[in-house]
Design a protein around this ligand. Sequence first.
Ligand SMILES: [Zn+2]
Length: 296
Amino acid sequence: MAASLEPFLRVIDDLLAYAGAIGWHVIGLGFSIPGTLDATGRRLRVIPILPSLNDLLLCDLLEAQFNLPVRLCVDVDAALLGEYSFGAGQGYPRLLYLTLNAVVGASFAHLGKVEQSSQAGLGHVAHLPIATSGPRCSCGRRGCINSLISLEAIQRLAQRCYQRAEENGSVSSLTRHGALNAHILAEEAMQGDPVALRIYEEIGRWLGAAVARYIGIYSPDALILGGSVLAANEVLFASIQSTLTMHVATITDRPVKIALARLSTDAALIGASVELFQLHREPSQKARASLVSPQQ
Ligand SMILES: [Zn+2]
């Protein structure tokens, strides 16, 4: 465990030293976590990329080490809070955030409070079944959004499309690149590669079906789309946006704003610190209120 954490602790030390050198007052440390937290939000539960940290009481450890308040936030929740506070989600009380990278993430917040209800399925929203006859997902069920449009699912879809293209005597430029990533996919789609366009069409279709379910459950005022696949290119986003707008219109009369995330990868870093800013502001606001109230 200590070995896995060591590089991160060194980076924090360096950052604190830098902040001190330029005269910044550090009010706390916010962490965006690529995994799950326990109900208290202070203990890591499962961190797939660093399993040696599973079940670690990270908040206690960091607070003791750095003598500062620490907040942990699941990455997709942190990104949503970042967009709600400073990005594309500003001004929308009920905010749904969907991100598409290596896996699909989703989060919902009402007035900046992330919905934690296991009943509603949030926290597991990537495993909300969309197509019961779809491919089997890592969670054991079939047709979760994660099994349909994560980057891994897109690789499988690409393989099927290559085969079909070969059978039809055509060739896709995507095959030149080997493993796909979001930027290659977006670039080739912009060049008109039929397989890349077919993949985006498929993403739009499944995203539409998923969004229809999410909107039915959460009635968001706005849906923010982020992540490397969706945010790679504005033209492609515009085509997904119009597909989703059509889906939304068939489900609800309420307007639902569909927008591209604005803060990119910074969203999670900013969002993980939002609560610390609020904590820091509140005591001074209370103090000001108590100064003002005797005169009122
Ligand atoms: Zn699943």
